[in-house]
Design a protein around this ligand. Structure first.
Ligand code: FDA
Length: 455
């Protein structure tokens, strides 16, 4: 027996995007029901205590230009603190030797460093020409969307270490897919959505601050204000729609509404039985988008031992299993936490190992940067979002070659009464919490206008 209810808007998904839209709609006097598949809110934001250590299993960092997120943090009374960054960073190059450095350019040979600088300038200039909300409008969009980022890089330079370093910022660190699987245009869009390619290179900018208590506080506080309008453990199984409204069905609820917002990653639309089915273009669009693969590893130590050695905890290498690592020590915690990331093919390979072997490989990789003390954490945890039924990858979805130009323009186009909202669909703030909030607000604003127009 399902319980019948009705509201002005039904929102599918209690991630930060859906909850932002729901909050704005309610503030405008409209009624909402938020249906969430999981038994918790937050989606890709999840702050958990694991073996006594508070860990950010999903998104966590805020950068100074993320105005939408910063505004929400202020509204919710959340405070931030700076990521620890004193001391030297470590780079491991092709020779497998750790080298200390400061600044953003890795200490490769002087010739490779010059090549890296030149490529950063080149990509930064190109990314400044791309509107992240409409990358397909760039005059060379079609051409740039058919060339893989890897082939394009190899055309720009013969220096393989420079190519590997540049690819690290987009492929490993952001899209979490091999650089031969996505286009130059997708890379430029990614860079421009974050304020330009130079920003992606500046770890101290893009990974600037964290939230006291964890970033999941944002969806938790938004949901608390919405109270009973948020229903947990309610995967939407079916959505019937016509021009005049929708009916969403879960195992326990049937919600009728004038509009629906599907605030879910686009790859999950196939889990909902849309009646009538989505139009052909949407079916195609959803098949040209996919999540990348990344494992976020957390290692907690009795103290942040690397700091005593003059190290910041920041480390990079296109050649190591863990391609980037940071000091992730919690606010006012005396223990020290390192966080590391393993992307795409390396993640796939390491996931095929047994848990003990994988842990050993990950910790050896951290020890390659920070020394043997990294081998013995008191808490160790791997966030594996690809294994999560209601996400299926991280950090966000991106297009295959040619998909951005072909299907990008309809990404956010509503289908009858169904609207779409998620960080995957954002221009500015794409694949970040900031983008999820922006799209949530814009979707709510558009619907508020529609209600006003319909009287
Ligand atoms: P999200 O996926 O969070 O929410 C969608 C919701 O829909 C989920 O709760 C899901 O359960 C639900 N759902 C799906 N299907 C459903 C159905 N049929 N019925 C009902 N509910 C359904 N960002 C950032 O700004 N800084 C950072 O440092 C990071 N780092 C980072 C690390 C890791 C490991 C991850 C996984 C992600 C990040 N991110 C990040 C990205 C950031 O977390 C992400 O962009 C947003 O949280 C996405 O929010 P959305 O609301 O768009 O989707």
């Amino acid at each position: 027996m399902t319980q019948d209810t009705s509201s002005d808007v039904v929102i599918i998904g209690a991630g930060v995007s859906g909850l932002t839209a729901a909050s704005d709609l309610r503030r405008a006097g409209l009624s909402v029901t938020v249906l969430e598949a999981r038994d918790r809110v937050g989606g890709r934001l999840w702050t958990q205590v694991i073996d006594g250590a508070t860990l950010e299993l999903g998104g966590q960092w805020v950068s100074p230009d993320q105005d939408a997120l910063i505004k929400t943090l202020a509204e919710l009374g959340l405070e931030t603190y700076e990521r620890y960054r004193e001391g030297e960073s470590v780079y491991v190059g092709r020779d497998a030797l750790p080298r200390r450095f400061t600044g953003d350019i890795f200490p490769a040979s002087p010739q490779t460093q010059r090549e890296i600088e030149r490529l950063i300038g080149l990509i930064d200039d190109l990314s400044s020409e791309v509107d992240p909300a409409a990358p397909w409008a760039h005059r060379r969009a079609k051409e740039l969307d058919t060339i893989s980022f890897a082939s394009w890089l190899s055309e720009q330079t013969d220096d393989e270490e420079a190519q590997d370093n540049i690819a690290l910022f987009v492929a490993d660190a952001m899209l979490t897919k091999p650089a031969h699987t996505f286009s130059v245009l997708q890379s430029l869009m990614m860079a421009s959505s974050a304020g330009g390619f130079r920003r992606l290179v500046e770890a101290d900018f893009i990974l600037d601050r964290r939230i006291i208590g964890g970033l999941q506080q944002v969806p938790l506080r938004l949901a608390a204000k919405l109270g009973d309008d948020v229903k947990l453990s309610q995967p939407v199984r079916r959505l019937e729609w016509s021009e005049s409204g929708v009916t969403a069905t879960t195992d326990s609820f049937t919600v009728s509404a004038r509009f629906a917002i599907a605030a879910i990653p686009p790859v999950l639309h196939c889990r909902i039985d849309y009646q009538p089915p989505m139009p052909r273009a949407q079916h195609q669009l959803h098949q040209h988008l996919s999540f990348g693969l990344v494992i976020k590893v957390h290692a907690v130590y009795p103290k942040p031992f690397w700091r005593d050695d003059g190290l910041s905890g920041t480390a990079f290498s296109p050649y190591q299993l863990v391609h980037e690592a940071y000091d992730n020590t919690n606010y006012e915690d005396t223990r020290g936490t390192l966080v590391g990331f393993i992307s795409d093919v390396k993640a796939g390979d390491v996931l095929s190992l047994g848990a003990d072997e994988r842990r050993r490989a990950v910790l050896e990789s951290l020890a390659g940067y920070f020394g043997p003390a990294a081998l013995d954490p008191i808490v160790y945890y791997e966030s594996d979002w690809a294994a999560e039924e209601w996400t299926r990858g991280a950090y966000a979805v991106s297009f295959d070659l040619g998909g951005l130009v072909r299907y990008g323009p309809i990404l956010r186009e509503p289908v009858g009464p169904i609207w779409f909202s998620s960080s995957d669909l954002a221009g500015e703030g794409y694949q970040h919490v900031d983008g999820a909030i922006r799209v949530g607000r814009e979707t709510a604003a558009a619907l508020i206008e529609r209600f006003a127009a319909e009287g």
